[in-house]
Design a protein around this ligand. Structure first.
Ligand SMILES: NC(=O)c1ccc[n+]([C@@H]2O[C@H](COP(=O)([O-])OP(=O)(O)OC[C@H]3O[C@@H](n4cnc5c(N)ncnc54)[C@H](O)[C@@H]3O)[C@@H](O)[C@H]2O)c1
Ligand SMILES: [Zn+2]
Ligand SMILES: [Zn+2]
Length: 382
């Protein structure tokens, strides 16, 4: 006779779930598996809000990756270990740890063999997936997390847990292509498009690698933040033809983090010969890709998804060494409830997609009211 659900999933968990694509989150009690021999269980202290959470909550990627409900989002999860399985080697109770986009992969394909778990065709993502035991995966907008130690990273003592959490997705998603596409060499000139969660970390990582950085944004009012706060070398307003014209052919590469469909032609024009435009933003509608501007300059348009576990740990260690953390607003779990996300999403339709910014402004009001709540959610400021 098989195990009952209660035997398989004895850990009671509390979280916030979307039940449909309306954008509303509501409280949700569910169960997680017992700590298996290679598992680490940790109390979740902070969880970042990635724009992918918002795409998933609203089922915006339906055609490529349909959401399944109830959906507990959150894949920038950090906390402190409360229990480890008998065969866990890397962690012990009390350690500071994190989980990002993945909680499983096949360990036998070429990608897994090359530490590229985020490209494993059988990978299990942190929420909205089915784990190997047949149970649904639930993310970090919850109080506890259980994951195989291979998908858990250690957070060095000097890296703050709150500002460190967004590194687990936003951080690795920009660090990995900077490294892989060779845009990490001192003296190179890299563009970062979009100054949200991913974008502001791309600036910080690229600067720490010794790279010259130009931020490209639709909002002129982000110039001060880009240059004075983040240390970018220059700033281009993507709608300003004169500025774009003057910068044509100057960039070795571009990390494009924009979450909505936008024209690629001006970005391709900014690249030098052999330049690389790396798309990490994941709009639901595909952009138009002009071919001739690519041919005349042997330019590349590429994509990149998160990063493997070895590289994620390397990125976290690099961030700790260079004091790189995300700019954050902290709020309590109640800020993730219904009308806050819904309101923000409405604002996203109206304004120029500054969804998380508006959430930040609302959340700032919530901190004192609910400071006793266990789980805190955090968002990337931009
Ligand atoms: N490739 C991956 O593995 C991966 C990982 C994480 C996130 N993502 C995706 O990256 C994107 C960014 O995520 P984030 O958390 O940084 O989001 P964010 O909301 O913090 O940042 C998005 C940025 O895009 C800008 N933007 C939005 N619409 C725009 C438009 N029409 N034109 C120009 N700029 C626009 C915003 O102003 C903001 O600066 C999302 O689509 C997310 O799903 C991909
Ligand atoms: Zn993410
Ligand atoms: Zn694999």
């Amino acid at each position: 006779m098989g195990e009952s659900t209660e035997q398989m999933l004895p850990k009671k968990a509390f979280g916030w779930a979307a039940r449909d694509s309306s954008g509303v989150l509501s409280s949700f009690t569910f169960c997680r598996r017992a700590t298996g021999e290679k598992d680490v269980t940790f109390k979740v202290l902070y969880c970042g809000i990635c724009h992918s959470d918002l795409h998933f909550i609203k089922n915006e990627w339906e055609k490529d990756w349909a959401s399944s409900y109830p959906l507990v989002p959150g894949h920038e999860i950090v906390g402190v270990v409360t229990e480890v399985g008998s065969k866990v080697e890397k962690f012990k109770v009390g350690d500071r740890v994190g989980v990002g986009c993945l909680v499983g992969s096949c360990h036998s394909c070429d990608n897994c063999a090359n530490n590229l778990e985020s490209y494993c065709p059988k990978m299990v993502v942190t929420y909205g997936s089915i784990y190997y035991d047949g149970t649904a995966t639930y993310g970090g907008y919850s109080d506890i997390m259980v994951a195989n130690e291979h998908f858990v990273v250690g957070i060095p003592d000097n890296l703050p847990l709150d500002g460190g959490a967004p590194l687990l997705c936003a951080g690795i998603t920009v660090y990995s292509p900077l490294r892989y596409f060779g845009l990490d060499k001192p003296g190179m000139h890299v563009g970062v498009v979009g100054l949200g969660g991913l974008g502001h970390l791309a600036v910080k990582f690229a600067k720490a690698m010794g790279v010259k950085v130009t931020v490209i944004s639709t909002s002129p009012n982000k110039k001060k933040e880009a240059i004075e706060h983040l240390g970018a070398d220059s700033f281009l307003v993507s709608r300003n033809q004169d500025e774009l014209q003057a910068a044509m052919g100057t960039l070795d590469g571009i990390i494009d983090t924009v979450s909505a469909s936008h024209p690629l032609l001006p970005l391709i024009g900014l690249l030098k010969t052999n330049g690389k435009l790396v798309l990490v933003g994941a709009p639901d509608k595909p952009p138009e890709l002009p071919i001739f501007p690519l041919l005349g300059g042997r330019k590349t348009v590429a994509g990149s998804a998160a990063g493997g576990m070895k590289e994620t740990q390397e990125m976290i260690n690099f961030a700790a060494k260079h004091n790189i953390t995300a700019d954050i607003e902290i709020s309590s779990q109640s800020a993730a409830t219904d009308d806050r996300l819904r309101k923000s999403d409405d604002q996203r339709q109206k304004s120029d997609q500054r969804l998380l910014k508006s959430m930040a402004e609302q959340r700032r009001l919530m901190i004192d009211e609910t400071e006793t709540e266990q789980l805190q959610l955090m968002i990337d400021e931009f």
